[in-house]
Design a protein around this ligand. Structure first.
Ligand code: ARG
Length: 514
């Protein structure tokens, strides 16, 4: 296994022989489970809080970010054998629902709501907002509608339940286009415990927002102010600004629902990790949440709670903004990407059209968009530039897709049974590719700790480059020596398998043809 040894000053250099490459590669790639060495504790839960979209507002370009990032970790921890729970933690609570209920009573249309809840609610929101500019007494109406809803008024609950159900269904259709599929859609409202129908089958609540606020008062963590509101003042040395848990009319806000959700998650699953894929602007809010939950002993060091935040994303040319350049709808963005992919393919390939063209653009656009986003470091701000995202060159989804399809084609063409136990690798291209394949587990382990999916993208890109060098310089099907030919086909198999694993984790499907 060792080709030569060399003394170099205080070091001893060991040069591995080709036998050693073949053996390590063979040992690794023939296993059914490629994650054996880094697999999770059986039955341990990883809880993923992501998406966080708000009912009443259309999904926008930002909803490419936390959903894509979070889904990577749901897929990844699943593969590692954990019980993963991905929860969209929908924003369906707060004074805005008082506002929407008042607007619905004034201008609402049941048919429109059923047909396109997101659109209709947004319409209502815009209308009522302009009314508010003329008539400031409306604010009081919104507050009292929300208070009634909080107290469980059945008429209000009924309208509101329709808002949320239809909106969540519509959101999930868009999210499924980018291969994001939450296990649960537990809205912030769940923690008020109004006993509404659940979207999925998750356990009932034991401690509502009201209960946890009471508990925090009893534990001397929160204090009731003279006007009836409840807040937390942190010890000076923590240098964290104080915050409000309940308003003076007793209604609960964002912080209370996040606290109640920690209590709920810990109680039902005692997860090993709770990961928040939420954007960077919420760092203070989540820090306040985590610190309060810790002071209350709702979790301890056996559980890791991390805010894996992402930077901001904006569109370079602003061309797709709807209202005053503020919102770039996700749906429009995805439609546009699909259309652009189709145009590019048509330009490059005049041999395909019709259904085939449609099929191909459907695979390519998602790669361009999702890979284009995930390859960037999670924490940096991203400017969405069509030319860059739709590029089919170099570190792009389509470049990798194409290499994968080439490898698949050769494997199909060879149509021989691969044999794992007589491998022989002599060229530097083969060795480089093998070394990189054996690096896979390390990269996976690393991202379970850093939560940086871009490392996996970079890894896949490097793997593809090494594959291309091998493919371009080493004969495969034309190799006369049966043993070498088999070895090279096995290497193609190994390359394909690792790419398949990587992209299942990234949540991007691989094409079989291109
Ligand atoms: N709905 C929130 C917003 O739009 C984001 C929710 C993030 N998740 C959480 N657990 N706080 O600001």
């Amino acid at each position: 296994q060792i080709e030569k040894l060399e003394v170099a000053g205080p070091y001893l250099n060991i040069f591995l022989g080709s036998g050693s490459f073949a053996e390590s590669f063979w040992n690794y790639i023939q296993q059914e489970n490629l994650y054996k060495n880094i697999a999770g504790n059986k039955g341990k839960t990883i809880y993923i809080d992501y998406i966080g979209a708000n009912v009443g507002k259309p999904l926008h370009i930002w909803h490419m970010c936390t959903p894509s990032q979070g889904q990577v970790f749901a897929n990844l921890f699943n593969k590692l054998g954990y019980n993963t729970i991905s929860d969209s933690h929908i924003g369906d609570w707060g004074i805005i629902f008082g506002k929407l209920i008042v607007a619905y009573e004034e201008y609402g249309d049941a048919d429109k709501l059923h047909e396109n809840a997101v659109e209709h609610l947004f319409e209502l929101y815009v209308k009522i907002s302009s009314d508010t500019e003329k008539d400031d007494s409306l604010e009081g109406e919104f507050r009292s509608a929300f208070k009634k809803l909080s107290e469980g008024d059945s008429e209000m609950k009924d309208i509101w339940a329709q808002f949320t159900r239809y909106s969540i269904e519509a959101m999930n259709i868009q999210l499924s286009r980018i291969f994001v599929k939450p296990d649960y859609n537990i809205g912030e409202s769940f923690y008020e415990w109004l006993g509404l129908a659940k979207m999925e089958d998750y356990p009932d609540l034991k401690y509502s927002m009201k209960d946890i606020v009471q508990e925090l008062i009893q534990k001397n963590i929160a204090t009731q102010n003279e006007d009836g509101s409840v807040g937390v003042v942190f010890p000076d040395e923590m240098k964290i600004p104080s915050c409000i848990l309940a308003k003076r009319d007793g209604t609960h806000g964002y912080l209370a629902s996040d606290l109640a959700s920690i209590r709920y998650r810990m109680q039902n699953w005692s997860p090993k990790k709770i990961l928040y894929f939420v954007d960077a602007r919420q760092q203070l809010h989540l820090r306040q949440t985590f610190e309060i939950a810790k002071m209350a002993w709702w979790y301890n060091d056996n559980t890791e709670i991390t805010h894996a935040y992402n930077g901001f994303i904006s569109l370079k040319d602003g061309a797709m903004s709807t209202r005053k350049g503020k919102i770039i709808k996700l749906e429009a963005l995805l439609d546009e990407a699909e259309k652009r992919a189709s145009d590019i393919i048509q330009e490059k390939r005049d041999d395909i059209s019709g259904e085939e063209l449609q099929k191909l653009s459907k695979i390519i656009w998602i790669w361009a968009i999702k890979y284009g986003y995930l390859k960037k470091s999670r924490e940096t701000d991203v400017i969405f530039d069509w030319d860059e995202f739709m590029s089919f060159e170099w570190n792009s989804g389509p470049y990798i897709q194409y290499a994968y399809v080439r490898a698949q084609k050769i494997l199909k063409k060879s149509a021989t049974n691969l044999s794992f136990d007589i491998l022989d690798y002599n060229t530097s291209e083969e060795k480089e590719l093998i070394k990189h394949i054996l690096w896979f587990e390390k990269v996976i382990l690393e991202i379970t700790q850093t939560y940086y999916p871009h490392s996996l993208c970079q890894y896949s890109y490097d793997l593809t480059k090494k594959f291309s060098a091998f493919y371009n310089n080493v004969p495969i099907l034309s190799e006369k020596d049966g043993k070498l030919k088999n070895s090279r086909l096995v290497l193609l198999y190994g390359f394909s398998r690792i790419l398949e694993e990587s992209f299942e984790i990234l949540g991007i499907p691989l094409p079989q043809e291109m």
